[in-house]
Design a protein. Sequence first.
Length: 445
Amino acid sequence: MNAKLSPGLSHDDLDAFWMPFTANRQFKSNPRLLAKAQGMHYWTADGREVLDGVAGLWCVNAGHGRREISAAVAKQLDTMEFAPTFQMGHPIAFELASRLAGLAPPGLDRVFFTNSGSESVDTALKIAIAYQRARGHATKTRLIGREKGYHGVGFGGISVGGIVNNRKAYSANMIPGVDHLPHTLDIEHNAYSRGLPQWGAHLANELERLVALHDASTIAAVIVEPISGSAGVILPPVGYLKRLREICDKHDILLIFDEVITGFGRVGAPFAAQAFDVTPDLMTTAKGLTNGAIPMGAVFAHRKVHDAFMHGPEHLVELFHGYTYSAHPAACAAALATLDIYAREGLLTRAAALASRWESAVHSLKGLPHIIDIRNYGLIGAVELEPRAGKPGTRAFEVFLKCFERGVMVRQTGDTIAMSPPLIIEPAQMGKIVEVLAAALRDTA
Ligand code: PXG
């Protein structure tokens, strides 16, 4: 197989790139190459137009090819490609942090920069533990995550995460002192809920059980995704997140929201914390922060968390943590340009206006072959398929491939098809996503 896949690239050239979260051998035998993007679309290396139903990977919230972002990055690289932020600073890092603080829920106005969601998670976990120590509660070190949670791929993130395939090879190497809440996916009670499911708020009370088991004096923080994406779009039952907040307050435990996918407009408000009216103490973000154009993450800390570190001699470093590329100038420029677009086009709240159309569109699939549940919130949708006996995930993978062949990119995880289109989507494009998915489902055994 030496046919050219695109100019300068043949099948033999695919070997060196060990691809992330990919069936490498299968991919390389039948590659899917994206070569260009604009607006709501990708174009494949052989020139086919593909409607982007997942905002790249939940990150290109303002749609593709935003020249304001590339121009801002180019200008910044020409002016100053890099500047350290350890014991030094550069102006737009401060400007960006202030702008972000202005978008965040009340109190979460201190921002620590990272380069990815995984780094944001590990940063937030470390801040939580160090915060407890800084205020004299050095025994509060335990972290509580949740089954089916996804918090990236660092050792901290997989330890609090709850996806078995991400954990099993490292089961002896997880960070110690972690426990997990049960997940909130319950198809038996909640199938075909529109928006948040009514059943299941009581699942938050499991935190009381873990407190009774471990004692609050050992627990630093609870981390959850307000809506989990990677495990197949799992929604918080009505009242669940408020209850978690209450229990955390009662026991002096920090609450961390991992908003890597829910942040920056995905659920109809800047952050899910605002959409659900529950304010965490720490909030992890990445993805939509730069519209996916340059890697960047940000951890929002409540001022009380930040201020607990600001004691002791002023010449000493307060938090021994950071990355060479924390607040990289090119990433800051990309983020500022992205925030300008979000503000100008109202994209951080647009999903709220589109949510009911989106809900109707995805729920119109009910009754098609293999579907056992449909879930939605904001501009997130998921269709759950009956797994094939003994071959979990294969049916949904086939559906994903068929959609791609028919010009729509969705995302498959387990037996779920997940959708999270750019927030610039128009109703006709929602129609196309659903139409192509319906055809692919009818066409799949
Ligand atoms: N936390 C959450 C909640 C995420 O969704 C991460 C952390 C890690 O971010 P980085 O930037 O380190 O990848 C994520 C990432 C999917 C999918 O299809 C989701 C993610 C990544 C890749 C695929 O659901 N989320």
